[in-house]
Design a protein around this ligand. Structure first.
Ligand SMILES: Nc1nc2c(ncn2[C@@H]2O[C@H](COP(=O)(O)OP(=O)(O)OP(=O)(O)O)[C@@H](O)[C@H]2O)c(=O)[nH]1
Ligand SMILES: [Mg+2]
Length: 451
C-alpha cells in the first residue's frame, strides 16, 4: 500500500441512517473544496468543526451534508482528513464517494486508513490490531482487552521488557569495546538476574494467549450425543430462542447448526449436531458424518445423555467409548424429570444433571462450563491477551534469552550480544518497529474497507 495517493471510502456500514465518507491525504482539502457548496468553506480556520453545505456532484446541487476537516497530524491517519456526513442509504453515500473519486481520490483498500495511521506513528502494530479486535468484540471482556490494547497496555509491557534487555546489551557491547579497561562494570550475575526477570514477564504474556484466542475467536462448544437426548433443546435453551427443530422423533437434526452466543461473558460458537447412531437414511448418514467431524474439532464437548433411557449403562458407555482422553467433555444427564434409575458419574468427567423441560440444573452446567474454559488461573478483567502473532515473537525471545544467560554467565559477551539482539528484534516486531511488509499487509488486509 503506497501512502502518496489521497484515498477515500465509505466508513460506515450499509443500512444506517447516516453515512460517513472519509478522505485522507495531501489533496483532501482540494478535493472537498472542488465539490463543496456552503456558506463557510473547509480550511485551516475551520479545523475540527462541523460545517453545513452541499456536495455538488455531477453539477447538481446535492443533498445537505455536514463535513469536518482535521489537519495533519491531528487526525486518525495523521494526514489531512475530511469526513463527510451524509444521509445513509447506498445511493446517496456512493454518490458522494464517486464525487471524491472523480476529483482525484483513490478508493481506499481494506485497512488502508489504519495502515497510514501506523506508518505515521499514530499507533503501533498492537494498537492497530486492537482496533480490529474492538470492532469484532463479542463480549464485554473482549471489548475491555481491546480498549486496553488500543491505549497501549501491551505496547508498554513490551517496551519495558525490551528496554531492560537493551540495557544488558549495551553492557555487553561496552565490554566488547572496552574490555581491557577497568570501568564500572555490572556483575554478570546481576545481568543474568535482569534477563531472568524479563523471561518471567514474557512467560506471563505468553500465558494470556489462550485467553486471547477465546476472546477473539470464541470457544467452539459442540453439543453431541445419541438421538433424542435433548441436544437441540439445550441449544435453543442456551440461545434463548427456537433455533433448532425439536421433536420426539430420534434423528430430527440432520445438519450442523452453528450460532454465536455469550455464556457467562465468554464468547461461544455453539454447535448442535445430528444424534450419533448407525443410520440407514442417507441424509441422516451425511449429517452424522458431519457430527463426527465437529466432535473431533471441538474445543469443549457438551455430551447430552438421556436420563430416561431404558439402558443407562449403554447410554454412558457409548459416550466413554467415543470421546478421546484429551478432549474436554462435560457429561450432561438431561431429562432427569423422567429418569428411571440412578445415573452414572465418573470422577474423570465433570457431570451435571439437568432437565431442560423443568429448567433445572442449568446454572450448575454453566458453572462447570466456566471452570472447564478457564482451567488455569486468570483474571476477571484481563489486562492483556496476546494473539498468535505476538505469541510467536514472544516464543522467539524466550528461546534466545536463556541462551544469552549462559553466555553472560561465561562472560562470553559477543555471543550474549547475538542472543540478546534476537530477543530485542523479536520484541520490536510485535509492536511493528521492524515489521516485515508481508506481515503488515496480512494484518491490515483483515480490516474492512473504510477502517
Ligand atoms: N421430559 C423431558 N423431555 C425433554 C427434555 N429435554 C428435551 N426433551 C424432549 O426430548 C425430545 C428430543 O429433544 P431434541 O432436543 O429434539 O433432541 P436431540 O438430541 O436434538 O435429538 P436429535 O436431533 O434427533 O438427535 C423432544 O420431544 C423434547 O421435548 C427434558 O428435560 N425433559
Ligand atoms: Mg436435534
Amino acid at each position: 500500500m503506497d501512502t502518496v495517493d489521497t484515498i477515500s471510502a465509505i466508513c460506515t456500514g450499509l443500512g444506517g441512517a447516516i453515512s460517513i465518507i472519509r478522505i485522507s491525504g495531501n489533496d483532501s482539502l482540494n478535493i472537498i473544496n472542488s465539490i463543496w457548496n456552503g456558506k463557510s468553506c473547509l480550511d485551516g480556520n475551520n479545523t475540527r468543526k462541523m460545517i453545513l453545505g452541499n456536495i455538488t456532484a455531477d453539477s447538481s446541487l446535492g443533498e445537505p451534508v455536514l463535513a469536518v476537516y482535521m489537519k495533519n497530524p491531528y487526525s486518525y491517519t495523521g494526514e489531512d482528513v475530511v469526513e463527510i456526513h451524509c444521509h445513509g442509504g447506498t445511493l446517496s453515500s456512493k454518490k458522494v464517494l464517486s464525487a471524491t473519486i472523480n476529483k482525484g481520490a483513490r478508493l481506499a483498500e481494506p485497512g488502508e486508513f489504519s495502515y497510514r495511521a501506523f506508518v505515521n506513528g499514530k499507533m503501533d502494530l498492537t494498537q492497530a490490531e486492537a482496533v480490529s479486535d474492538l470492532i469484532s468484540a463479542h463480549s464485554n471482556t473482549a471489548l475491555h482487552v481491546a480498549e486496553r490494547q488500543i491505549s497501549g497496555a501491551l505496547t508498554s509491557k513490551i517496551q519495558l521488557v525490551r528496554e531492560e534487555i537493551v540495557q544488558v546489551l549495551a553492557e555487553c557491547e561496552s565490554r566488547m569495546d572496552f574490555g581491557e579497561e577497568e570501568l564500572d562494570w555490572k556483575d554478570s550475575s546481576l545481568l543474568n538476574d535482569i534477563i531472568n526477570n524479563q523471561i518471567l514477564e514474557i512467560e506471563k504474556m505468553v500465558l494470556s494467549k489462550r485467553e486471547g484466542e477465546i476472546l477473539r475467536n470464541g470457544i467452539g462448544v459442540v453439543i453431541a450425543g445419541r438421538p433424542n437426548a435433548g441436544k437441540s433443546s439445550l441449544m435453543n435453551y442456551l440461545l434463548n430462542r427456537d433455533r433448532a427443530i425439536v421433536t420426539d422423533i430420534p434423528g430430527t437434526t440432520r445438519d450442523v447448526l452453528e450460532e454465536f452466543v455469550n455464556i457467562r461473558n465468554i464468547p461461544v460458537r455453539l454447535i448442535d449436531t445430528a444424534g450419533l447412531r448407525d443410520a440407514s437414511d442417507v441424509i441422516e448418514q451425511i449429517g452424522i458424518e458431519k457430527s463426527h467431524k465437529s466432535v473431533k474439532q471441538a474445543q469443549i464437548i457438551f455430551w447430552v445423555l438421556d436420563a430416561s433411557a431404558e439402558n443407562i449403562e449403554e447410554e454412558y458407555s457409548y459416550m466413554k467409548g467415543y470421546i478421546k482422553e484429551e478432549q474436554a467433555v462435560v457429561a450432561i444427564w438431561n431429562k432427569v424429570d423422567i429418569k428411571k434409575s440412578s445415573l452414572i458419574t465418573d470422577s474423570n468427567i465433570p457431570t451435571v444433571e439437568i432437565s431442560i423441560q423443568e429448567n433445572s440444573g442449568i446454572e450448575q452446567l454453566l458453572d462447570v462450563f466456566e471452570k472447564v474454559v478457564w482451567e488455569y488461573p486468570h483474571s476477571e478483567e484481563p489486562d492483556i491477551a496476546v494473539n498468535e502473532r505476538h505469541a510467536g515473537f514472544l516464543d522467539e525471545a524466550m528461546e534466545s534469552l536463556p541462551l544469552s544467560m549462559v553466555d553472560l554467565h561465561n562472560e562470553n559477551w559477543e555471543l550474549a550480544a547475538i542472543h540478546l539482539r534476537i530477543a530485542i528484534s523479536a520484541m520490536g516486531k510485535i509492536i511493528g518497529e521492524e515489521a516485515d511488509p508481508d506481515i503488515l499487509e496480512d494484518i491490515f488486509n483483515k480490516f474492512c474497507i473504510g477502517k
